[in-house]
Design a binder for this molecule. Sequence first.
Ligand code: URA
Length: 290
Amino acid sequence: MSVQKTPKNHLISQLFWQMEIGADEAITENPMNFDTILGVREYLALIPKQDNKNLESDHKKQKGNSEPATLAEPQNIALSHLPHPGKNISSQESSQLLQAVNSLDQLKKALQEFEGCSLKNTASQLVFSDGNPNAKIMIIGEAPGRDEDRMGIPFVGQTGQLLDKMLKSIGIDRQQTYITNFIPWRPPGNRTPTQEEISLLMPFVQKHIQLISPEIIVALGGVSAKALLDTQISILKLRGKFENKDLGLKSPTSIFSTLHPSYLLRAPAQKKLAFADLVTLKREMMVRSL
Ligand code: URA
């Protein structure tokens, strides 16, 4: 078997990530020769494959772990149980705006023109996307934070820096992905988006996915994962698994859920779970030659 050489900077970033997650156990029985450089393929082969069991039965149970909230600042209680008087009008407006959308520029313009979501009034600007529109991996976070709101680019603050490190640990950078958020405007005080806001923005997210047509969607955190998978199951149960979902593309889209980096900043002990997820993701990318 030929051993692929992994670029030195990838190995260094893997090491940094392992230091961060407190890796303190050897994963092979025998020590490696210092000169032996393991390729990613061989490295991943040493790690037991996760059991990606079907989530159907979990969906039916709909109960479980306490949910990690993703955003660092204090959160208001979601008002999802309250009626939203403008909701029907807003849905009509969004379907009208979306009818003519055939490109990312048009989608951005449609969002800029959409008046149905009040988050627009408190945010500084629309935060649309970053990365490569031709990427096979589409990352969907929750909503912009303060830094993203200022810069107009998703995941540029501390959370974004951690996301970059996470990607680097499996040998990719943001230019090999396409990055967006479920909600394109910063919620005041970084509160969790309400169910109404999520429903209002869903048609735009769906159109966004259709325009990118990714091989894999990485749903970062509970808000994105639950909305895309249409479930109430906790992210701690959803994470690390692929699920196929019909999102209006030719074939069902593969959605991979994992923990949100802002949660990991507040709960660093959970980074080991995120790393296990990243390994699962990388394995699948290699199987699909992505
Ligand atoms: N958290 C998110 O979900 N998205 C961002 O862009 C920044 C922080």
